[in-house]
Design a protein around this ligand. Structure first.
Ligand SMILES: [Zn+2]
Length: 312
């Protein structure tokens, strides 16, 4: 499995995509962002004429932004998660539902309008892939030597692909990045928000299965191991949750005002922070869920002190 690296115009910095020769032909995992530089880089590094399969870890712009370029320049099949397909099909409805969630959390119409503008300005939604297959429905994957784990939390659709001893993990396991679990409508029901916190606690159990494998993350070259990546993420989560404890009960907008003292103005960053705070408030409300998952994978001991500060 070869790691490729390309710059992105986003705060996260460089992104990785991966290629590997399967018995059935050349396969690519993620594409990089839809920039001319990334496109040239992809065309240079990957023999698109020979490409047979493209697997997408999750449809965030830095990971799938060149899917259509790949489709136009190869005969590859594109695979993505069922929930990402729902996002494409019901995009307008989803945007309205997210707006309603933000309104319900006390944010004004004006804020929502600015957020949509920011999505557009930052080209957060590239054109949808023209054709694709749904990973969860694709029984042929086993024959290709590719299996997968669904590990939602960061998004609803995060997939990890497993090939031999390699795990292509997208944004699920990262080194020193606290990837915000994004506030979104529940794509299964379109009724109420997706419970990222509950999903994350469940995904932790699956992540433990990756111990001993070669982890290939979407950013920052490598992780020091599955346990190290989980411990660092949950440590940040608990530390930030401690800071929220005295602000519980305040409207979200006021919490952000107090935490950032007016320094946070870009609506997209405000949205990321809202997402993070909602996630942490769910944790504060029901910390035993996290505890149970951490205990089950043998990592609670290292976090018990911080945990006690949150679950007071
Ligand atoms: Zn990413």
């Amino acid at each position: 499995m070869i790691q490729h690296t390309v710059a992105t115009p986003y705060m996260v910095g460089e992104v990785h995509f991966y290629s590997v020769e399967l018995d059935s032909g050349l396969a690519l995992f993620d594409t990089g962002p839809p920039t001319p530089e990334a496109q040239a880089c992809l065309a240079d590094l990957v023999d698109l004429k020979r490409l047979k399969h493209l697997f997408i870890t999750h449809c965030h712009v830095d990971h799938y932004g060149l899917a259509n370029f790949v489709l136009e320049n190869s005969a590859a099949d594109v695979y993505l998660a069922r929930k990402d397909a729902i996002k494409f099909k019901r995009h307008t409805e989803r945007m309205e539902a997210i707006a309603a969630l933000l309104n319900a959390a006390g944010f004004s119409e004006e804020f929502v309008r600015q957020l949509r503008e920011s999505f557009q300005r930052n080209k957060v939604f590239p054109t949808n892939p023209e054709r694709y297959r749904i990973v969860e429905d694709s029984e042929e994957l086993a024959g290709l030597g590719v299996s997968w784990l669904s590990c939602p939390g960061h998004s609803q659709s995060d997939l990890i692909y497993l090939v031999d001893d390699c795990a292509v993990t997208g944004d699920v396991l990262l080194r020193n990045i606290f990837q915000a679990p994004l506030l979104d409508i529940d794509l299964e029901t379109f009724d109420g928000r997706f419970r990222n916190y509950d999903a994350y606690c469940e995904s932790l159990l699956k992540l433990a299965q990756l111990r001993g494998m070669r982890i290939l993350p979407g950013h920052r070259e490598y992780v020091e191991g599955v346990d190290a990546a989980i411990l660092s993420y949950v440590t940040t989560l608990l530390e930030r949750a401690v800071h929220l404890l005295p602000l519980r009960g305040l409207p979200l907008e006021e919490m952000i005002g107090r935490l950032f003292q007016g320094r946070l103005t870009d609506p997209f960053f405000v949205y990321l922070k809202i997402s993070e705070i909602v996630f942490m408030l769910d944790l504060i409300e029901n910390p035993t869920r996290l505890r149970a998952s951490l205990e089950q994978i043998g990592l609670f001991g290292k976090l018990s002190g911080l945990y006690a500060a949150v679950a007071q």
